[in-house]
Design a protein around this ligand. Sequence first.
Ligand code: HAM
Length: 423
Amino acid sequence: MSGNFQAPKGVSEYFPPKSGVFELVVRKLENVSLAANYHLIELPVFEDTELFTRGVGESTDVVSKEMYTFEDRGGRSLTLRPEGTAGVIRSIIENNLDRGQLPVKLYYRGPFFRAERPQAGRYRQFYQFGIEAVGIDDPFLDAEVISIAYRGFISLGLTSFELQVTSLGDEVSRANHRVEFLKFLGKLNLDEETQARVKKNPLRIFDDKRPQVQELIKEAPLLLDFLSEESSRKFTLLQESLNSLGIPFVVNPRMVRGLDYYTGTAFEFVHKGLGAQASIGGGGRYDGLMKTLGGQDLSGIGFGLGIDRIILALESEGLLDDTEIASGCLDLFLIPIGESARLRSVKLLEEVRKSGFVADMGYGDRSLKGAMKAADKLSAKYVLVLGDSELQSGQARLKNMTDGNEKSITLDSLVAALKNVYK
Ligand code: HAM
């Protein structure tokens, strides 16, 4: 039956059992980040609109076409965050987090908003897990950030993805490239709208998906061929570091990141089973962002991983059936028959849960058959039926739902019995 309301178009939702997968993905990414000394930053989902227009860049699709912007009751222009980096840097500056030990290492997760045309893997509200390491410019730190995403994907069992890296160079590299690139673009016959975009940021032309434009820029001079000595040295060190960590990668000099703040190292993880929306995560270094937002002139690096797309990737690799991911985790389901049994079960449940087991019981006046069906549907691993005779004798049968075997136990030692079977 469908009610009167539907979720807004293009938003992703997670409810059991898939929300269990969602949680597992976040937990595993958190674990690899915590192991590398990154700590949680929890930020507002809306910010001053200008934070994004200045931080992310007006030439980007994200800012020019996709922001959810609204005026609050005080007439301020606010925007639902389309990405996380600008907010993290805003908070670092505002709270003086960059006045202590550097780099500041933070992770975040939550919903982000972009008014895109919805399709598989592209949503208007989507979820990211991200990290930022701010204040130190060191290619080995770049390698650490990339390795955290890589280890996260591997710990989830993903294999069918490719890590692409490139360098967008420093100011000198980009100035050298720009001269040649503009010369090249000057010879092309571009429509007015494209010319206007290119004027704001020439590299944005690589974003253009139209085949005729892609054909025109096939021979365009590539930034990677214009790296300054310093940028080139850093890019080499990054690659050496990834090699020594045993992280496979390919260099993609035509990579386009959708946000304007990137400099130096840029990377993307592309999954082979996802069709058009193949990027399961990406990131890079951003030299000027903090200064642009009014802070110190410190560099930073980070990534954002798309949780929704990671779940689609797990699905495409057939990993959702993995016991760890799929397990309902219900250790015990109690089936009380009658009121006194229900009263006792409530108490038993409490004891079992306190001891760390996941336990539930059949509520309401259900038949034994109905309750057994419920236990089965919930994938309970053990079931205990509690009727008048069990209450009187203090003995009951613990049924293993996998093999059907039953074991006689005393009610007073239920926790010990569970510990024994789960040993
Ligand atoms: P981004 O490449 O725009 O980077 O987004 C990161 C990831 O978020 C993408 O690779 C994708 O998996 C996911 N994603 C983006 N848009 C959508 C969407 N509409 N629906 C579903 N998933 C989506 C950033 O956001 C940067 N802040 C990352 C970063 C952090 N760079 C440095 N630090």
